[in-house]
Design a protein around this ligand. Structure first.
Ligand SMILES: Nc1nc2c(c(=O)[nH]1)N[C@H]1C(S)=C(S)[C@@H](COP(=O)(O)OP(=O)(O)OC[C@H]3O[C@@H](n4cnc5c(N)ncnc54)[C@H](O)[C@@H]3O)O[C@H]1N2
Ligand code: MOO
Length: 401
């Protein structure tokens, strides 16, 4: 084996990409998973006015200082205010305003008594309990204040951030653009789902496994194409599309067979070759190059090999390019449950399920061409280069998917 390690491969690739600085304005509805390109400064305080947290009466705490069940204090009810409306009344000594949750507290009042502690009076109200000043009183700006940076640039938007942006009045916002990926699968044997399956052919699954995973990470697939094993056809397609893409990803044709055309493709295009072969199973023959300043990442055709290398190599690139810290690889230590019998000359990544400190090895096949045993896996268990068999209870590192 004359390859490089997967960590070396990742570092080489990371050096060839840049963070995306171009931005675009998108609707708030489409913003989850995108990254904010400007500090978001509050244009108003939240709440924008002091408001009641209860259904009850806004009043002056001084007036009910001695109120108790056996010593009710009677106040004159001068107005009623519900959420969405305002009372223009000033609450003076001996007065109260009937108020509902979320309504602005009128001037003069410094607390709100909940209605359960009164006789629910509409003209006058008997109050059965005392309150301290500012009790049950939500201050203007207690959530955030006008002028504060509420969400810093480079924050990824999730549901909570989308809600905060909505509370600030945004219905669209400026985010960094997505990474653009050109995805090509190669192989004379491939037909697209929906087409007839003739003898010797298989359906193209990589286009979907990789394409949907890339989309899940927030990348934009600018073209997803299946091509025949003809290096000129593949080279032409890359030549045509590369200017619109940040990265070109292909699968198939990277090994040593007669139709392993990607070696020819990179020489036809005159690419700068970065490496061929990584000391890893699966996906050992991965071939990487630079074409017109863009990374060309040629993954093995084997579905598991392609999927694993997409996780280990492409995901960290997208994390960096799109400022998506959540996409950075997360490796955690765990205790193996189950065992793996084969020796590993090179680093091996086997299908696993991680839960509560345990890395559970699946019982299905770990061969590179097998897809069905990938179902339900949420992690890749690392078996370091040079390992003997992996036994139950061994400490292992596992990469979360
Ligand atoms: N003599 C040797 N043969 C092979 C070696 C070797 O060192 N010496 N390496 C093996 C390893 S390891 C791998 S990995 C594969 C890599 O092959 P390629 O990347 O060239 O991929 P293909 O030959 O095109 O395909 C491999 C396999 O995967 C199927 N495939 C391809 N594309 C798709 C797709 N889009 N969807 C579903 N399945 C796909 C394809 O039909 C093949 O069965 O080479 C070994 N050989
Ligand atoms: O490197 Mo290959 O994907 O193991 O069969």
């Amino acid at each position: 084996m004359s390859g490089i390690t997967v960590d070396q491969a990742r570092d080489i690739l990371l050096e060839k990409v840049e963070q995306i600085n171009e931005t675009e304005v998108i609707p708030l509805w489409d913003s989850v998973g995108r990254v904010i390109a400007r500090d978001i400064v509050a244009q108003h305080s939240q709440p924008p006015f002091p408001r009641s947290p209860l259904d009850g009466y806004a009043l002056r705490s001084e007036d009910i200082k001695h109120a108790a069940k056996e010593n009710p204090v009677s106040l004159i009810v001068i107005d009623e205010v519900t959420a969405g409306h305002i009372s223009s009344q000033y609450v003076s000594k001996g007065m109260a305003v009937r108020i509902m949750t979320g309504a602005p507290i009128p001037d003069g009042a410094d607390c709100v008594i909940r209605q359960e502690d009164t006789d629910y009076g509409e003209v006058t109200v008997a109050v059965y309990k005392s309150l301290k000043k500012w009790q049950n009183y939500c201050f203007e700006g207690e959530d955030y204040k006008k002028g504060e940076v509420i969400l810093a640039r480079d924050t990824m938007i999730g549901a909570v951030e989308a809600g905060i942006l909505a509370s600030l009045g945004y219905d669209s916002l400026e985010v960094y653009r997505q990474a653009r990926v050109m995805l090509i699968t190669t192989g004379d044997e491939l037909v697209l789902p929906g087409e007839a399956l003739e003898a010797g052919k298989i359906y193209d699954s990589n286009l979907y496994t990789l394409g949907t995973r890339l989309r899940q990470w927030g990348a934009q697939i600018i073209s997803g194409t299946r091509l025949e094993d003809n290096p000129y056809v593949v080279a032409r397609e890359i030549q045509k599309g590369v200017c619109r893409a940040d990265i070109v990803i292909t699968t198939g044709g990277v090994s040593v067979g007669k139709k392993d055309i990607m070696h020819d493709v990179i020489s036809i295009l005159g690419c700068e070759k970065l490496f061929w072969k990584i000391e890893i199973k699966p996906g050992m023959p991965t071939l990487c190059a630079v074409y017109q300043g863009k990374l060309l990442i040629c993954l093995s055709g084997n579905p598991y090999g392609a999927a694993v290398n997409l996780e280990l190599l492409v995901r960290p690139l997208l994390a960096f390019m799109m400022r998506r810290k959540d996409l950075e690889l997360q490796r955690i230590q765990a205790k193996a449950v189950g065992c793996f019998g084969k020796k590993s000359g090179v680093a091996r990544y086997v299908r696993g399920y991680y839960r509560e400190g345990k890395a559970i090895l699946t019982t299905g096949s770990n061969d590179s061409g097998i897809m069905s045993s990938m179902c339900g896996c949420n992690s890749l268990i690392e078996i370091p280069a040079g390992s003997e068999r992996l036994n139950e209870g061994d400490d292992v590192w596992t990469v979360l998917l």
